[in-house]
Ligand binder design. Structure first.
Ligand SMILES: *[C@@H]1O[C@H](CO)[C@@H](O)[C@H](O)[C@H]1NC(C)=O
Ligand SMILES: *[C@@H]1O[C@H](CO)[C@@H](O)[C@H](O)[C@H]1NC(C)=O
Ligand SMILES: *[C@@H]1O[C@H](CO)[C@@H](O)[C@H](O)[C@H]1NC(C)=O
Ligand SMILES: *[C@@H]1O[C@H](CO)[C@@H](O)[C@H](O)[C@H]1NC(C)=O
Ligand SMILES: *[C@@H]1O[C@H](CO)[C@@H](O)[C@H](O)[C@H]1NC(C)=O
Ligand SMILES: *[C@@H]1O[C@H](CO)[C@@H](O)[C@H](O)[C@H]1NC(C)=O
Ligand SMILES: *[C@@H]1O[C@H](CO)[C@@H](O)[C@H](O)[C@H]1NC(C)=O
Ligand SMILES: *[C@@H]1O[C@H](CO)[C@@H](O)[C@H](O)[C@H]1NC(C)=O
Ligand SMILES: *[C@@H]1O[C@H](CO)[C@@H](O)[C@H](O)[C@H]1NC(C)=O
Length: 596
């Protein structure tokens, strides 16, 4: 055979084998982190297994949809490797993730599937990667999930999702549960009342393509709803919906739409609506709070008796200066702060004691490192004796906490009042509107629903912070964060710009475009805007009571034109309205304005 025809023959052979192996990957195949083009794809190319780069020196061998990972070899962070990594499908059927160290290799993760007759691998159109003996799957990524559940994946009571200290499980009782360090259960949910209604025998979770997480069981005639995405649709729309345990300890439902661009991913549901309630989010001795302007959860230390473990990453927690076992100890008081306590700590940490005893009992108990007095009328006091304690500070928390430190106690400088406002606002947003508010998902509501929610909120919390409520209200109707500054808002705070536009009669520009198509009409939008401007008046005496807010939203009380909210601090927001002539009683007076 001539050399050239041999070459042509080989070329044909290679082309032929390349197409025939597009679905079946033969043993001996390898993916290289240094070659990002290379991948093993599903037949219709919707899913691929390849190396992805998440930061400068962190690569993962991952199955992705629209460049969004749904499975990572070795999990996160355990499977993070550098550019010298390889994913090897060995001749003996084992799948290995290795890193080259000089001329040798270091094993990061393996499937442990040697000598089981595995002779091919494939990734199917639902995103399941299988190691197969003939047509029988011996090992699959669906049975060995890392942090994600996708449609068609059968998640059973034996499976676990993990990231770092956090894990997600389906219990044999049919409940779902989030735990820290496999023990502290900071979230649990049962879709059914198992004891009285029904029993389950071998429960499993399934992600419905349209965005519903369901519980399935042979003893149940119906699928039980466990979580529902805020926006759901049918399955043939190029959108993948999945639930994922994020490394911040929260479980979220996401959607990724091909039409929204590569890597796009939007939160549709969050298990723990208040991120600061996730145990250990701020590390040992870390205290979580919400700060303006972005209102993301922020980690700090309880007092200046502590140093951050990593000044660039508050989530790493705090280290005490000195050793309370050997130094002269004292108790540091922390107002509006709670040290989080969840099962099974309730049993060991719970006592009843008044506030002073909650403090002094900890001081005299050698094992006690901190305590929290709930100060909610129940006399509950949690005595913390573990090395790992984690706190939450918010002006709306009634609890006072105590932490044992080496003398003298060095309190933190106080947060500014604006910081405190931001936190209350977020909390109120979460209470009134649910988890979507915290996750920044576009809010969907009808005017009627808003009335009901506000009424329920007042019944639950009474005369809470009207200012914060008003900020939340303005954010909902405007679809933008109040401190957002953009060219669209003339580079001014949204709340200030919104008032100016409102005054010019330009309500349409202020209202969220997505709401324009929904149930809310112009009269209702105007009413909501006016109520929100009254609530965020800088002068507290101008603000209505929550009871009045309900009446105004329901149209029982009419709403007068509000003065500019920030008349003191922002000169440009001044208008022709004569502030001194407006009183809070006047504002409630029956008026022809905005009635109809
Ligand atoms: C990757 O990490 C290994 C150690 O885990 C190291 O020996 C090797 O030099 C690193 N390779 C690159 C390209 O950074
Ligand atoms: C493979 O075996 C090792 C050692 O027994 C174990 O640590 C690892 O978790 C196993 N891998 C899988 C994917 O089960
Ligand atoms: C690939 O196949 C899956 C499952 O049959 C289907 O849901 C998906 O729409 C397909 N994707 C493309 C790009 O054809
Ligand atoms: C697997 O292959 C065997 C023999 O070729 C066949 O009898 C069997 O039905 C196949 N099983 C499946 C699930 O396709
Ligand atoms: C999920 O897997 C379990 C265990 O393999 C099995 O008993 C159950 O029938 C499966 N459920 C579904 C819906 O496929
Ligand atoms: C996590 O749990 C293990 C075993 O129960 C325990 O030894 C370890 O100290 C815990 N980790 C932390 C950070 O508390
Ligand atoms: C479950 O049913 C029992 C018995 O009927 C009842 O006492 C309990 O309150 C119910 N729990 C819930 C969460 O509905
Ligand atoms: C569930 O199981 C318990 C204990 O096995 C039994 O007493 C109860 O009647 C069962 N409930 C139903 C609805 O079958
Ligand atoms: C904590 O609250 C008490 C009572 O309201 C107050 O006297 C004290 O000054 C507060 N401490 C700090 C550090 O804010």
């Amino acid at each position: 055979m001539e050399l050239s025809s041999l070459n042509i023959f080989m070329l044909f052979f290679i082309l032929f084998s390349a197409t025939s192996t597009a679905q079946d990957i033969p043993p001996g195949s390898t993916l290289y982190a240094s070659n990002p083009q290379q991948s093993w794809a599903s037949p219709n190319k919707s899913f691929t297994l390849s190396f992805i780069q998440e930061s400068k020196n962190a690569y993962f061998a991952a199955i992705t949809y629209n460049s969004v990972p749904i499975w990572k070899a070795g999990g996160d962070p355990g499977g993070a490797v550098n550019s010298s990594a390889e994913l090897r499908f060995l001749q003996d059927g084992n799948l290995q993730l290795v890193v080259l160290v000089g001329s040798t290799t270091s094993l990061v993760w393996q499937s442990n599937t040697s000598r089981q007759g595995i002779n091919s691998a494939s990734l199917d159109n639902s995103g399941n990667f299988m190691l197969k003996n003939g047509n029988v799957s011996v090992w699959t990524t669906f049975d060995n999930p890392t942090d994600t559940i996708v449609p068609e994946q059968n998640f059973t009571a034996g499976n676990v999702l993990r990231c770092g200290f956090y894990s997600f499980r389906l219990l044999s009782s049919g409940k779902i549960s989030l735990k820290w360090n496999n023990s502290v259960e900071y979230y649990t949910y049962a879709g059914i009342n198992v004891t009285s209604e029904l029993n389950v025998s071998s429960p499993s979770l399934a992600m419905q393509p349209e965005g519903i997480l369901s519980l399935l069981d042979p003893l149940l005639s119906i699928n039980v709803l466990m979580a529902r995405g805020s926006v759901y649709g049918d399955s043939s729309d190029g959108i993948l919906r999945f639930v994922k345990l994020d490394c911040d300890g929260n479980m979220r439902m996401y959607s990724s739409a091909l039409s929204e661009g590569v890597g796009n991913r939007v939160v549709r549901w969050t298990a723990v609506s208040d991120q600061c309630e996730v145990f250990g989010f701020c590390g040992s001795y870390g205290v979580c709070r919400y700060d303006e302007p972005d209102k993301v959860p922020t980690c700090g230390c309880p007092s200046r008796n502590f140093d951050p473990v990593d000044p660039n990453d508050g989530r790493k927690g705090c280290r005490m200066i000195g050793d309370i076992k050997s130094c002269q100890t004292t108790i540091m008081s922390l107002n509006n702060t709670l040290f989080l306590t969840y099962p099974p700590q309730f049993d060991t940490d719970y006592f009843t004691a008044n506030i002073r005893a909650c403090r002094s009992n900890c001081l005299v108990d050698a094992q006690c490192v901190a305590s929290s007095s709930m100060a909610d009328g129940t006399g509950a006091c949690y005595m913390k004796r573990s090395d790992f304690i984690t706190g939450y500070h918010s002006p709306i928390l009634t609890s006072t906490s105590y932490v044992k430190v080496c003398d003298p106690a060095l309190p933190n400088p106080p947060f500014s009042s604006r910081n405190e406002g931001g936190s209350a606002e977020l909390k109120i947003g979460v209470i009134v509107l649910g988890s979507d508010y915290a996750s920044g998902v576009p809010l969907q509501f009808s005017f009627k629903k808003l009335q009901q929610l506000t009424k329920g909120f007042v019944e639950k919390l009474g005369e809470a912070d009207v200012y914060s409520y008003g900020m939340v209200l303005l954010e909902i109707v405007g679809g933008r964060r109040n401190f957002e500054v953009s060219p669209e808002t003339n580079n001014r705070r949204f709340s200030l710009w919104a008032y100016e536009e409102f005054e010019k009669g330009n309500v349409g520009a202020v209202v969220d475009r997505r709401l324009v198509e929904s149930e809310i009409d112009c009269v209702q939008a105007t009413r909501v805007l006016q109520v929100s401007f009254w609530c965020i008046q800088e002068h507290p005496s101008f603000r209505p009571t929550m009871g009045k807010v309900v009446q105004m939203l329901e149209g029982i009380a009419d709403v007068q034109k509000p003065p500019p909210p920030l008349f003191l601090s922002d000169g440009s927001a001044r208008s022709s309205v004569v502030i001194s002539s407006v009183s809070s009683s006047q504002m409630m007076a029956v008026s022809s304005l905005a009635s109809s």
